[in-house]
Design a protein around this ligand. Structure first.
Ligand SMILES: [Zn+2]
Length: 278
């Protein structure tokens, strides 16, 4: 599933070809993805200029010149593919956007858990997709003090708090595991019981891990491909995710093989080091 760095990577790739350009044709090749396309979808996009592309949690937002926003979520397997003079659409190419200049952006999604809809820019924070979302981890509003306040009194495990979209929006499973490892915090620790100093370290780790992953072009996992068709490669930097049974970097030179464990939390896999995460 594309996580925040992958979605940010897609946003940047799309910005390069769509911002400031007019969409001269929109073609929808089926009635729905996870939810139906809104009525008149093709006509509402046709002729619109894309003023700006931005991200909210794991949503891609295209600000159009009529005051509306085209909202895109990649779901489990959605990809945006940028093409020029491409052949006929493939079976899972569900939406085609053609710009002036003949560049085509194709939304391809074999499993169709993604979505596309249109909403007014005004009041977007109150839209049903966004009203519950907490702060973006890369925004300046996500600070040690705001996060500490938010975690105070919470008895849930910190790993689950990081995945709670109402607390912080878009961290995702891989980056929650990696950030906790970097901060040296056990994923099982009660969220409200972590000292302010360690929360500050966690906030820093989250921002750093996400920023590094974006710089690496997002992790290429299953179906994620950058719009340019390149694969991201941050997975080579994972320290704990997917590495159960391996020894952690903290045990270099010591005989502590197998210090990375996998446990289940909230139905998701957590990977962590039993030695350096406390
Ligand atoms: Zn370790």
């Amino acid at each position: 599933m594309p996580e925040l760095p992958e979605v940010e990577t897609v946003c940047r790739g799309l910005s390069a070809v769509l911002e400031g350009r007019c969409i001269v044709r929109a073609t929808v090749r089926r009635p729905d993805l996870r939810i139906p396309f809104p009525q008149g979808f093709e006509g509402r996009i046709r002729g619109r200029m894309v003023c700006r592309i931005r991200r909210r949690a794991k949503y891609i937002l295209l600000d159009l010149d009529d005051g509306n926003v085209l909202i895109i979520h990649l779901g489990m397997s959605g990809r945006m593919v940028i093409t020029k003079n491409a052949g006929p659409p493939e079976v899972h190419d569900h939406v085609l956007l053609t710009t002036e200049g003949g560049i085509e952006v194709r939304y391809n999604d074999p499993r169709r858990f993604g979505l596309m809809t249109i909403a007014p820019q005004k009041g977007l924070d109150n839209h049903r997709l966004f009203h519950h979302l907490g702060v973006d981890p890369l925004s300046t509003a996500f600070t040690a003090s705001s996060f500490s306040q938010n975690l105070a009194g919470r008895k849930t495990a910190i790993k689950l708090a990081l995945l709670d979209q109402r607390i912080v929006a878009g961290v995702g499973n891989i980056y929650a595991c990696e950030s906790l490892h970097r901060a040296g915090i056990s994923p099982r620790r009660k969220a409200g019981m972590i000292s302010g100093k360690r929360v500050a370290a966690l906030v820093r780790s989250i921002k750093d891990v996400l920023t590094e992953a974006i710089a690496a072009g997002g992790s290429s996992l299953r179906d994620h491909v950058q719009p340019s068709g390149e694969l991201g490669y941050f997975q080579h930097s994972w320290k704990v995710y997917g590495r159960a049974g391996e020894s952690c970097s903290c045990s270099a030179g010591k005989a502590m093989a197998g210090s990375i464990k996998r446990i289940a939390q909230g139905g998701r896999s957590t990977f962590y080091c039993t030695q350096c995460q406390t």
